[in-house]
Write a protein that binds this ligand. Structure first.
Ligand SMILES: [Zn+2]
Length: 248
């Protein structure tokens, strides 16, 4: 018999999973990140119909983004409904040096626990090369108006993780009186990086909102641009919403 801890964790994962949108695979994944102080951040996977599979947001990324956007960096454990894929192990490694506890709670009552370091030995991280490259020079953010969406964008830009391009980026979604922001979160391995639109849309979903409720969106990027998220942002948004995007 599994204990109360398993059942509580399993329940949290089921609740997180309910926010998944997986029109391509039909495979729903939930993740729950728990901080040292006991705060809980939930994530679910998000797929974009008609877009390349690499544009998907993994549940672990959604949970990590939720914590980072609120400035929470001290994590105790990650609960997941399936073992984290290699992409997620690499993404997690960007923000945790390997001590994070990862618990996989299967629906058949099985449970396994490891550290991120055990799941990703001999890991590649930015510390291996960052000091030898031109990365890390942060470019200035554009001037923004004195509005609520701009305030949300400024906060998200400050939480964006862009040590490799030096280009912090943020997306703000507005609809039904709500503002939800996302930020670019780069990975040293580049491909597992999470773009600002994918990040914002996943946070919108995790708030229990439908994409049809989005009325307007803004993309804010620093300049000059080593990377540019505009094309991807427009494509992802258009795949699930008719809302316009203003690029700043
Ligand atoms: Zn994954």
């Amino acid at each position: 018999m599994k204990g109360e801890d398993y059942h509580h964790g399993f329940e949290l994962l089921e609740q997180a999973k309910a926010f998944s949108r997986a029109p391509v695979s039909g495979y729903q994944v939930g993740a729950v990140l728990i901080t040292v102080q006991g705060q809980i951040f939930a994530g679910a996977n998000l797929e974009f119909p008609g877009q390349p599979p690499s544009s998907a947001v993994h549940a672990e990324q959604a949970a990590v983004a939720a914590a980072l956007l609120r400035g929470q960096r001290d994590w105790r454990e990650l609960l997941v409904s399936a073992p984290p894929c290699g992409h997620c192990r690499q993404f997690l490694r960007e923000f945790d040096s390997g001590s994070l506890r990862v618990r996989v709670l299967g629906k058949d009552g099985t449970e396994s626990a490891s550290t991120l370091g055990e799941l990703l030995p001999q890991a590649f991280g930015g510390e291996a090369f960052l000091s030898d490259t031109k990365g890390g020079t942060e470019r200035p953010n554009p001037r923004l108006p004195n509005t609520d969406w701009a305030a949300a964008a400024r906060e998200a830009l400050a939480r964006s993780h862009a040590p490799y391009s030096g280009n912090p980026a943020a997306v703000v979604l507005a609809g039904d009186g709500h503002l939800v922001a996302g930020a670019s979160l780069e990975s040293a391995a580049f491909n597992p990086s999470l773009g600002p639109m994918a990040c914002a849309l996943s946070q919108w979903r995790m708030g229990g909102r439908e994409f049809g409720e989005i009325e307007h969106t803004w993309l804010v990027q620093s300049a000059p641009r080593q990377v540019n998220w505009e094309q991807q942002s427009r494509a992802l948004l258009a795949s699930i919403s008719a809302a316009p995007l203003t690029a700043v």
